[in-house]
Design a protein. Structure first.
Length: 465
């Protein structure tokens, strides 16, 4: 029977995430996400070498845009498929598709084939990442989910710190192809660890079918996201018209792919999705330009400028670890509000620091403190989405959570790209300040969303807690 909609918090005392029956889901999901993270970071470091080897600078941006666009389609299909058939076939299909993409990219002899491989990787990661949420929902008690999601955040730390170095060694001493081919065996390990958890998952007989028009909207959103990710620094007049059309199409697609009321921050799940979208858009935009700003304005080397990302990955993991230690009796809505408020407030101070040309180490420190708040709030959006989802809609709502983040990230990056492109040539400092202002503004939207995230019928009770 489908559980009633609302905030479903299990009251059973939590046990260890490594306990029998739970270990397969928690450890397997962590290994899978770590592999996705390693590949994501490694590709960014290896792309200049790949483009030179395949004479593919004309498709450089497409190698990233194809992955993002295909992942949106994968997320949408995965949500409905996981609800209807259970997450097991979806995880397996996602892993197989991602591995196929690794092989195609790693063996590519032209940039066009390489881009095809990157698209398959995006499709596979979209399928698997949403299905993993359904595995967690079915196999991990509510009281343990914050700790599991903290493990998923920690899965990004080691790849973030070691990924660029490992990539450099592979590219210099072996070949860029091993950045792709060498990762493929890791998926066999992840699937093997997940095997017991996948066997124990189940489909929902009450889940709906994926309608063709939803697939159409997903493809439309994917094309829009891909095109926005390809925006260059030189803005031509016709691109404003194209951008306006894309914005309208993405808004229409969002009404079909996200929970009703998401665009107006309706109470409950729509606003939880809004928190995740605003957070994702804000920190992705900040991280796109902070390293460049440290290089251009403070004379940092690429390795030193990358310190801002390394610091952020560590503090994010610490914030996520801390929220996982909070007891199940703690109001998760208030915790989410606290996390986004810390992030938004410190980002505002960071904006002042960049505007005032404060020392680079201060910029790195402030951004690290800000992302501690993201580490607290980000897993809370996952926990609350599972709580607010009936059993037959866990996959669909988990899909919406991740699709909303992808759409918001693309839109925010497009906005910062316009600001940067219009001002960098004549006023570089103003360009960096402008991009950060966009990031800060989107970050404050996460605070507004978090305040409205508690369902209306429990708002009065929660206010008294």
């Amino acid at each position: 029977m489908t559980a009633p909609a609302g905030d479903r918090t299990e009251q059973a005392p939590p046990i260890s995430v490594f306990a029998p029956g739970i270990r397969s889901a928690s450890v397997g999901a962590t290994v899978l996400i770590a592999i996705f993270a390693l590949e994501y970071i490694a590709v960014g470091a290896a792309m200049p070498t790949v483009a030179a080897a395949l004479d593919g600078y004309h498709l450089y941006n497409m190698a990233f845009g194809a992955t993002v666009a295909a992942s949106v389609v994968g997320m949408i299909v995965s949500g409905w498929w996981s609800d209807r058939s259970g997450p097991r076939p979806v995880v397996l299909a996602g892993a197989a598709t991602f591995v196929a993409g690794l092989l195609v990219a790693g063996l590519a002899t032209s940039m066009e084939v390489f881009v095809l491989g990157r698209g398959l990787q995006g499709l596979g990661s979209g399928l698997a990442s949403v299905a993993i949420y359904v595995v967690i929902a079915q196999r991990v008690p509510d009281g343990l989910r914050p700790k599991v999601f903290s493990l998923l955040a920690a899965a990004w730390v080691l790849p973030g710190l070691a990924g660029p170095l490992l990539t450099g060694v592979l590219v210099e001493h072996l070949s860029w192809r091993w950045v792709f081919l060498g990762v493929a065996p890791g998926f066999l390990v992840a699937v093997w660890v997940l095997r017991p958890a996948l066997r124990a998952t189940r489909p929902s007989s009450e889940a709906g079918f994926l309608r063709p028009r939803i697939i159409g909207w997903a493809v439309l959103a994917a094309v829009g996201v891909g095109l926005l990710n390809l925006a260059g620094e030189s803005i031509q007049p016709f691109e404003y018209v194209v951008g306006a059309v894309l914005l309208v199409l993405l808004a229409l697609a969002s009404t079909q792919l996200l929970p009703p009321g998401a665009l107006v921050l309706a109470r409950g799940l729509p606003s939880v999705v809004g928190v995740r979208a605003a957070l994702g858009g804000s920190f992705v935009a900040a991280e796109a330009y902070l390293p460049l700003m440290l290089r251009d304005e403070h004379g940092y080397s690429p390795a030193q400028a990358g310190g801002v990302l390394a610091a952020a990955s560590v503090t994010w993991a610490l914030g996520s670890w801390w929220q996982g230690r909070v007891g199940p009796e703690r109001d998760r809505y208030r915790l989410m509000i606290a996390g986004v408020s810390v992030y938004a407030a410190i980002m505002a101070v960071l904006g002042v620091a960049v505007w005032g040309s404060w020392p680079g180490w201060v910029v790195i420190g402030l951004y690290g403190l800000a992302t501690f708040g993201v580490g607290v709030a980000y897993p809370s959006t996952s926990v609350l989405t599972l709580r607010l989802s009936p059993d037959s809609e866990v996959g669909r709502n988990s899909s919406a959570l991740q699709v909303g983040e992808a759409l918001a990230s693309a839109l925010t990056l497009a906005a910062t790209g316009v600001v940067f492109g219009l001002t960098y040539a004549s006023a570089p400092h103003t360009a960096f300040v402008g991009t950060l202002v966009v990031s800060i503004g989107v970050g404050w939207l996460s605070v507004l969303s978090a305040v409205r995230a508690r369902p209306a019928r429990t708002a009065a009770v929660g206010a008294a807690v």
